[in-house]
Design a protein around this ligand. Structure first.
Ligand SMILES: Nc1ncnc2c1ncn2[C@@H]1O[C@H](COP(=O)(O)OP(=O)(O)OP(=O)(O)O)[C@@H](O)[C@H]1O
Ligand SMILES: [Mg+2]
Length: 377
């Protein structure tokens, strides 16, 4: 039997629900060479969406190249992974890897090595002592697209990583100046989960990537879609869940994609035939327990002012923190502290600030925090 629910990795096929409008918009952008930026908090479904659209378009004369730059710490790391993945993912056969490397990157004296399974992967190392040659790597997709008479979309996951490179802004200027000239044949889809960093990269007029493309702020999947999905997955695996219980699952984890799937799974394994309230209660306890070490670590790294601030949010306050009553009730000191606390919690990815409203990023951390700090739900 297939797994009824999937979490922890990008999802697809029967485990993918909704996102029809986003998929349509992304697909049109890909087909028409419009650059796209996708922003959402962690684990809402960016990668799954991009992979779904890429798969659907793979039949057409369009190649989607997926690159994850999470592990890149320097510009050189970026160039290496960019060159390797573009060569690899635009080649049909592994024999072409060497051929295309020589054909398109010969100026860079590339070295190629294979592991024990040469048809599966290869390593490319490029000598970047001559900085001029970096541009050869950046124009690689265009050369390949022209030579193969196809369009290419380069998707870069965890793109915010580039803001940590040395000389980050100069690097971004260079990328943009080259990329914006390629739109006839190559377009870019840049995404990531560190919302505040991505906002700075793409929405600040002084930054090189300002107005680079269509910005999609991914929303949560609606409760109606989740109910359909959850009820269907239970039914297909011979079990039954009343709609009210499916709503409860969504409500408890605030429709967070990955947690909806994980909590549904924990309920499913506890259910013999039909879901009862108690199955949900014990499944939620399990979810909280599984995460408790992580959440203790979060809290251990916080100052008491930061914890007091989170207590205020957990009590339902989401703005006007500088009001005297709030400062006093939650022991936040003076109003000058507030901006600093917000910034640091946002940098730690613990809170989200959207349109001035502050919320916990992780709905299960919020539940755990309330329980630990004795805050009534
Ligand atoms: N459209 C969807 N339908 C059903 N479940 C989904 C969908 N999108 C995401 N999920 C759930 O969320 C989980 C995380 O998805 P994904 O890895 O695509 O998110 P992400 O935003 O790229 O995460 P990260 O921030 O870690 O990169 C998946 O494993 C799955 O459980
Ligand atoms: Mg992802």
């Amino acid at each position: 039997m297939d797994n009824p629910f999937v979490f922890g990795a990008a999802t697809h096929g029967q485990w993918f629900t909704d996102r029809e409008k986003d998929a349509k918009r992304l697909s049109a952008n890909f087909m028409h060479g419009i650059n796209t930026i996708i922003i959402s908090p962690r684990r809402w479904g960016k990668t799954s969406l991009v992979l779904k659209v890429a798969k659907e378009l793979s039949e057409k004369k369009l190649k989607v190249v997926n690159i994850d730059i999470f592990s890149c710490r320097t510009q050189e790391d970026f160039y290496q992974i960019f060159a390797k993945e573009v060569i690899k993912q635009t080649s049909n056969k592994f024999e072409e890897w060497v051929e295309n490397t020589k054909k398109f990157l010969s100026n860079l004296t590339p070295k190629i090595s294979f592991g024990s399974e040469p048809t599966l992967d290869f390593e490319l190392s490029i000598d970047f002592t001559n900085k001029q040659l970096n541009e050869d790597v950046l124009s690689l997709p265009q050369k390949i697209a022209e030579s193969k008479n196809m369009k290419i979309v380069i998707c870069i996951d965890e793109f915010q990583q580039i803001s940590e490179f040395k000389d980050a802004v100069i690097f971004q200027k260079k990328l943009r100046s080259i990329w914006q000239l390629q739109s006839q044949t190559v377009s870019y889809c840049l995404f990531g989960s560190k919302k505040h960093l991505l906002n700075t990269l793409f929405s600040k007029p002084s930054m090189p990537f300002y107005k680079f493309g269509d910005i999609i702020l991914l929303q949560k999947i609606s409760t109606t879609d989740w109910i359909n999905y959850i009820c269907k997955r239970f039914k297909q695996t011979g079990k039954k869940i009343p709609e009210t219980m499916a709503v409860k699952i969504c409500y408890l984890v605030d429709n967070h994609s990955s947690y909806v799937q994980q909590l549904s799974w924990l309920v499913w394994i506890r259910t013999e035939k039909e879901v009862f309230e108690n199955n949900i209660k014990t499944a939620l306890d399990d979810l909280l327990n599984q995460n408790s070490i992580l959440f203790y670590n979060y809290v251990e790294g916080l100052t008491s002012l930061q914890i007091n601030f989170l207590r205020a949010i957990a009590n339902g306050i989401n703005k006007n923190f500088s009001h005297k009553e709030v400062l006093t009730k939650y022991n936040l000191g003076n109003s000058a502290n507030i901006a600093r606390i917000k910034k640091s919690l946002e940098n730690k990815e613990i809170i989200d600030i959207s349109n001035g409203i502050i919320t916990f990023n992780d709905p299960v951390f919020l539940l755990w925090f309330k329980k630990e700090f004795g805050i009534l739900s």
